[in-house]
Write a protein that binds this ligand. Structure first.
Ligand SMILES: [Zn+2]
Length: 271
């Protein structure tokens, strides 16, 4: 039985005829045969927004002209750091001090200013490697110029004769225990004079024959070393504003502490 016969039996011949007449195209739509005028041969294809059509592509697109180049500015000249060893731009007092050091035969190197957050500071520090033309310093020491000059004067004018008299020979070198150190005084909140490059600790004297004289309480208080150390310590009080050593307190049993702390009436504290 065909579909038509089945349909006519189900819904009646008259209704079927009406339905069939109304859908002539639908019965052939799947075969790809379109009668002219009934369906457009090429239905319009929607263009997506933003797509360029062929006609639009043919329009010449203006090419942006490059901006004229700005004339190049000359690079900024960077300030030159001062050459090491050159004492330029220093206050007069510092320049005078350096001239005096040079006159005594002391080589030095200027260093960058020290200014630590906790207050330790040397505005114009120097490094010294000798205490006189003939007395070496080991290791090199970072101090302010005033302290360096006090050391140089003492080791040029006084220390050689003390060594000759009590030890019978010349000093070859001095080993220092500390110079600039950013620290408070032991047991206090107050900064040490070392924190300002204002202090210098002597640990050991070495003589020209290699003999070492450590700064400590001597077994023989009447021996050469003891006499030299006592004489040195006494002579240093005055040229240096603080002199401490073995016997002063527990902190100075193995070195002489010399510093340039300013006191009223230029008073020196020696113990
Ligand atoms: Zn010290």
């Amino acid at each position: 039985m065909t579909d038509h016969h089945l349909a006519s039996r189900l819904i009646g011949p008259a209704i079927l005829a009406t339905l069939l007449a109304a859908i002539p195209l639908a019965a052939h739509a799947g075969q790809g045969q379109h009668r002219s005028g009934e369906l457009p041969a090429h239905p319009p294809v929607p263009t997506l927004r933003g797509e360029l059509r062929q006609s639009e592509l043919s329009v010449p697109v203006p090419i942006p002209t490059p901006r004229p180049e700005r004339p190049k500015e000359p690079p900024e000249a960077e300030p030159k750091p001062p050459a090491p060893g050159k004492s330029t731009g220093l206050p007069k007092r510092e320049r005078t001090c350096r001239a005096a050091l040079t006159a005594l035969g002391i080589d030095f190197t200027d260093k960058a200013p020290i200014a630590e957050a906790d207050g330790c500071a040397i505005p114009h520090p120097i490094i010294i490697r000798r205490l006189s033309r003939t007395i070496a310093l080991e290791p090199e020491a970072l101090v302010n110029c005033r302290t360096a000059l006090a050391l140089a004067r003492f080791f040029v004018d006084q220390a050689p004769s003390l060594a000759k008299r009590h030890l019978g020979q010349a000093l070859h070198s001095v080993h220092h225990a500390s110079a600039y150190v950013c620290r408070p005084r032991r047991g206090t909140q107050k900064l040490s004079e070392h924190a300002f490059g204002n202090a210098f600790d002597i640990g050991v004297f070495t003589l020209t024959d290699g003999t070492q004289v450590p700064v400590e309480v001597q077994k023989d208080p009447n021996g050469k070393a003891a006499k030299f150390l006592d004489a040195f310590r006494a002579a240093a009080c005055g040229p240096f504003k603080t002199v401490l050593g073995p016997g002063s307190d527990a902190d100075h049993g193995d070195h002489f502490h010399l510093d340039m702390k300013a006191r009223r009436n230029d008073h020196a504290f020696c113990r």
